[in-house]
Design a protein around this ligand. Sequence first.
Ligand code: PRT
Ligand code: ZN
Length: 284
Amino acid sequence: MLRIAVQSKGRLYEESMELIAQAGIKFPATKRTLLVPSRNFPVEVLFLRDDDIPDSVATGTADVGIVGFNEVLEKRQRVTVLHELGFGRCRLSLAISKDVDYPGRQWFNGKKIATSYPAILRDYLDKHGICADIHVINGSVEIAPGIGLADGIFDIVSSGGTLVSNNLAEVEKVVDSQAVLIGGNLPLSDEKQSILEDLIFRFKSVMAADGKKYLLMNVPRRSLDGVLEILPGIKSPTVLPLADAGWCSVHAVIDESQFWDIVTRLKKVGAEGILVLDIMKMVP
Ligand code: PRT
Ligand code: ZN
């Protein structure tokens, strides 16, 4: 049985559980407790505060964990990032009042910076030879400059909306973050290692299908070259003959972001009856 630590509530909870569910791992429909074994796969989920996940994995309380890379960097535990999971994307940035004419990072010399991420900030300041006072606060960091508690902040930014509504401007991006799967630095038993490999394989298959669509269309033989040109970069589209020798069927996987562009161009060169399907998994 492999134990996986997941944030008990908060921003990463839902997408972590969704990824696990998409990987075909099911849980009993009973009330949530701290430790929940799956009913069809040899894993159990340990629900923790995100701050406690790196430590739980480093000490072996959990075998692996899903947590923001920002927490991994800040907590300095002996853990390894096994896989990036593509959700919970954000960045850690320095921000100051939008009214300041910012001359560059040396502006922070002698200033006071409020943050919940002192270790990452300390590294950054040291690396750039900046001497600033770090003021640790947990939560609502963005209000610190407005109430005179600090000159600037170092905090998580996602859309940037929180900065704007607090009259702050992002001036230095320090690190990008996303949810990651972490493991401890001690070897797992053979049994756990093999469950982990299966788990990562399943996560990869789920993630590979994310944002992809499967296209099927009928194409007159004479338009086939034009259609194939529109589908470049996509690994060998499948071309199948149809009962009518003048026509064939083309199947391809495309990125959802390119969907309208590609479909519009396909229609122009003569593709017909275009079907678009969701892809549930892509097994490498
Ligand atoms: O209770 P627990 O300790 O488990 O949770 P928490 O309150 O410490 O963390 P939580 O649930 O807020 O965030 C968990 C993780 O989500 C973080 O560690 C990041 O890895 C990731 N994440 C992604 C974010 C954001 N996006 C984010 N926007 N975490 C926090 N924010 C905050 C940010 O600090 C800002 O104040 O959301 C606010 C809005 O951001 P904007 O830029 O979109 O306005
Ligand atoms: Zn937390």
